[in-house]
Design a protein around this ligand. Structure first.
Ligand SMILES: [Zn+2]
Length: 158
């Protein structure tokens, strides 16, 4: 019996209708007994559909397209290349829907929330859809492809 990780590769080809008949049978048999891979298949189908709907010009294989999506989310969202990055505090689960939005859905907005809201609004006004917003993660420094990086620490005071 093959394990899930070997099916994960087959699954993307399965979504692309790119499998030999014997592999199709293998995949379908495995799917009957594996909710994990069924979930993965659903995800692949959604990604495949969202990629098909978007305006990515190159005909990439699904694996490449998934990697592309992970590396460049903005490529999928209408072929806009983001050049501006706003960095929010790590693990700061602020809703970002409005200035007084709650943090983690429970904590009241505070002074920092207001400052972040202002930072987000001014950046969006200035750079529009070229803006990506991420939460700081010291394990993953922001890619150097961004021309403008707005780090929350430079714009907020506790
Ligand atoms: Zn599985």
């Amino acid at each position: 019996m093959k394990n899930c990780s070997s099916f994960e590769e087959l699954l993307s080809s399965y979504v692309d209708n790119d499998l030999e008949d014997c592999d199709v049978l293998l995949v379908e048999e495995h799917l009957e007994s594996c909710p994990h891979c069924v979930g993965l298949l659903k995800l692949y189908r959604e990604i495949s559909k969202s990629v098909a709907d978007s305006k990515v010009s190159e005909p990439l294989g699904l694996n490449d397209r998934i990697m592309e999506k992970i590396k460049n989310p903005e490529v999928i969202q209408g072929s806009i290349k983001a050049d501006t990055l706003v960095i929010f505090p790590k693990n700061y689960g602020w809703g970002t829907r409005w200035a007084e939005d709650k943090v983690w859905g429970i904590f009241k907005a505070d002074q920092q929330t207001q400052q972040l809201w202002t930072l987000m609004q001014t950046t969006l006004e200035k750079h529009g859809l070229n803006t990506d917003i991420i939460y700081e993660d010291t394990n993953y420094p922001p890619p150097s492809t961004y021309q403008n990086i707005y780090h929350y620490q430079e714009y907020t005071q506790k």
